[in-house]
Write a new protein. Structure first.
Length: 301
């Protein structure tokens, strides 16, 4: 019997997860409470059931996270009985490892790179599983399943190893590590359909709700948590809107979309009709034409 599209993607991702556990001594799974990391952790549960996850969940905490995502993260970790490792951007700032941005467009998103690399070095992780997908953004499309990073944590898109017939090469020199992307061949629609198929619970942020919003150059940014710094002329422009989030990250750069979708079926119908990619709601990707690729070369997710 032939596999369905989702069954094939599930099988492929589970194979990559098991290969990661087999080839690396100390991997970790990047987990933010966002939908892609949720699907990846769910697949990992399937891959190693009935045993517990053979690697910890790693969250790089900017300190500007949506409370709903953090509540979900903690509940999920408790439910699966996983170990949670947290790298703190605030700690990196306090120790002088990074300098916090100032002004209305300030974000800690880029600062995560240093915190991530420091956390990888501190815990001696030799591979980090990420939820990146090739349809998200043009820089993501250049990744392999096993994405090599040099001893400085840097990524060279022109020096990636071939992956023929699902043969993955995890060989590395001392100090180097890998990022592994089990969801590489998934699309946003695949993720939503898999969430529906598996009946996986999600943070409430992904569904329509009322939220105080500031419209900044077409980006609907959160004005409820207090993390987004408002310019003087913006303080009287905050308004209550009915929105949801297609992607969840640092609140200072994660844009919402106006939506009335309160169920997965409604979200899927909305995504099918959308003319903007989910990363199109991310303010950090609009800083330059190569913003994502530049960050990835430095060691970003």
């Amino acid at each position: 019997m032939s596999l369905t599209h989702l069954q094939f993607l599930e099988s492929e991702a589970i194979y990559v997860l098991r290969e990661t556990a087999a080839q690396f001594q100390k991997p970790a799974l990047l987990f933010s409470g966002g939908k892609d990391s949720i699907v990846m952790a769910w697949l990992a549960r399937k891959a190693f059931y009935p045993a517990k996850l053979p690697f910890p969940l790693l969250h790089i905490d900017t300190g500007h996270n949506f409370p709903e995502a953090m509540d979900y993260r903690d509940a999920f970790v408790k439910d699966v009985g996983a170990q949670l490792v947290v790298g703190s951007v605030q700690k990196s700032i306090d120790e002088g490892r990074v300098v916090e941005e100032r002004g209305p467009t300030a974000s800690r998103n880029k600062l995560q790179t240093v915190t991530l690399l420091d956390t990888i070095e501190e815990h001696e992780f030799d591979a980090c599983l990420g939820g990146g997908r090739r349809d998200e953004e043009k820089a993501r499309a250049k990744e392999r399943f096993f994405s090599h990073r040099d001893e400085f944590g840097q990524w060279d898109p022109k020096n990636q190893r071939p992956e023929l017939w699902n043969i993955f090469n995890g060989r590395k020199h001392f100090g180097e590590h890998f990022r592994v992307f089990p969801l590489s061949n998934w699309t946003e629609m695949d993720v939503w359909q898999y969430l529906r198929q598996e009946k996986i619970p999600l943070p409430s942020l992904y569904f329509s709700h009322q939220r105080r919003i500031i419209d900044r150059n077409g980006q609907l940014l959160d004005a409820e948590t207090g993390f987004v710094q408002l310019a003087e002329d913006e303080k009287n422009q905050v308004e209550e809107r009915t929105v949801r989030f297609r992607t969840v990250g640092d609140a200072t750069c994660t844009g919402a979309v106006e939506s009335t979708a309160v169920t997965l079926d409604e979200v899927i119908a909305e995504v099918a009709a959308a003319r903007q990619t989910e990363r199109g709601t991310r303010a950090d990707d609009k800083r330059s034409e190569t913003a994502m690729e530049d960050r990835k070369k430095e060691g970003y997710f």
